[in-house]
Ligand binder design. Structure first.
Ligand code: FE2
Ligand code: FE2
Length: 382
């Protein structure tokens, strides 16, 4: 069910001109510095297990470490052309029309099979590149959590996540370098989101931005890629990464549930605003503006042609599914309903409220356990 009137402050958020006015200006720079504005916190309370759920997660993480070089079968050949053919390639305007996209009258009208195929290849390079950049964001954010969180059980757990994220950056970079056909710089909206998360001085905001929003979306996106890719190596890689990510999202849910219980309404509102801003940036990154740019077409025209309007429509079921982990987790944390449902109203305008009744991710990690499953299978054979 959709609200009839948009909440105040929503006037511009779907406007394509406003969204596309922002682009990266430093894509040729090798380094990007962000001030993290936080105190490093020591705790002298070393009593382990004061927070049993975090301690359980930590013990689980210690036994679930894998090696990206040796546990994945890098000898598997990846034929990107064949992968794209298997997924299906449009031959021209009529094929797109069947999917409700009218490219007649735009510069995409003259595109045939060759151009649409190249577009899909670029889109795959772009997606994997953004996964890799997001993983580096997680690496840096989790290192910050080790420093800033005041609880020893959380510092221990976060330390295991730093190692997990290093491995994730490593395997996505290797897959891009050795199996696909090119890298993309970080998407401008993803970069702004990571900058916002790292810049905020409050330790719980790192968790909210990274563990709940970015990793919640990543878990859903990896799940969809896992279900749909015909490439056995990418499936293997994603299965291992997802079993780590499920723990990371649980870490966010368990830690913030405790912390939010004592926050005032105005403090909760700041968290709700932060979560919604993050949701918009993540939605906007999926416009893939850099892919159209590389294909040499007018970016605004191409995105408008696909949206068939000047507004981002928020009706694509695939895009909505990306929020399937975020929404139930926000609900569990009280973010959806605090302050008269401030975030609920805004998630409704993004068309993602239907996920509020889905399972939250506090315990999902128990069902995703690639390492234990594979070790048990190997032991059974031996
Ligand atoms: Fe990760
Ligand atoms: Fe993660």
């Amino acid at each position: 069910m959709s609200t009839q009137t948009e909440p105040t402050g929503m006037e511009d958020v779907n406007n394509l001109d406003a969204i596309l006015a922002i682009t990266n200006t430093d894509v040729t720079e090798a380094l990007h510095a962000v001030r993290d504005n936080a105190d490093a916190i020591f705790t002298w309370d070393y009593e382990k297990g004061r927070r049993p759920a975090l301690n359980k997660l930590y013990e689980k993480a210690k036994g679930a470490q894998w090696n990206g070089e040796t546990d994945l079968d890098w000898s598997i050949e990846v034929d990107q052309d064949e992968l794209v053919e298997l997924a299906g390639v449009a031959n021209g305007p009529e094929d797109l029309k069947a999917f409700g996209v009218d490219v007649y009258g735009s510069s995409l009208e003259k595109w045939g099979r060759k151009e649409w195929k190249e577009h899909q290849i670029q889109s795959q390079n772009w997606s994997l590149s953004q996964f890799m950049h997001g993983e580096q964001g997680a690496l840096v954010c989790t290192a910050k959590i080790v420093e800033t969180v005041p609880w020893i059980d959380a510092k221990y757990y976060a330390a295991t996540q730093v190692m997990d994220e290093a491995r994730h950056v490593e395997v996505f970079a290797k897959y891009l370098d050795t199996k696909l056909s090119g890298h993309y710089p970080i998407n401008t909206h993803l970069k702004m989101l990571l900058d916002d998360i790292i810049t905020d001085s409050r330790w719980d905001m790192t968790y909210l931005g990274m563990q709940i929003m970015v990793e919640g979306l990543a878990l859903a996106a990896f799940g969809m890629a896992y279900q749909t890719t015909p490439d056995p190596l990418l499936r293997q890689l994603l299965r291992y990464v997802m079993s780590d990510e499920a723990r990371h999202v649980a870490f966010g849910v368990l830690s913030l549930k405790e912390f939010y219980a004592d926050l005032s309404a105005p403090e909760m509102l700041e968290r709700q605003e932060f979560a919604f801003e993050a949701a918009l940036r993540m939605r906007n990154r999926f416009l893939q503006q850099e892919v159209w740019e590389r294909m040499g077409v007018d970016v605004k025209e191409a995105i408008r042609t696909f949206a068939q309007t000047d507004e981002v429509k928020n009706q694509d079921p695939f895009q909505q599914l990306l929020f399937s982990k975020i929404v139930p987790n926000c609900k569990k944390l009280g973010l959806l309903d605090a302050n008269d449902g401030w975030l609920r109203k805004r998630f409704d305008t993004l068309g993602v409220l239907q996920f509020e009744t889905w399972d939250d991710t506090g315990e999902d990690y128990l069902a995703f356990d690639a390492v234990t499953e594979d070790r048990a299978a190997a032991a059974a054979i031996a």
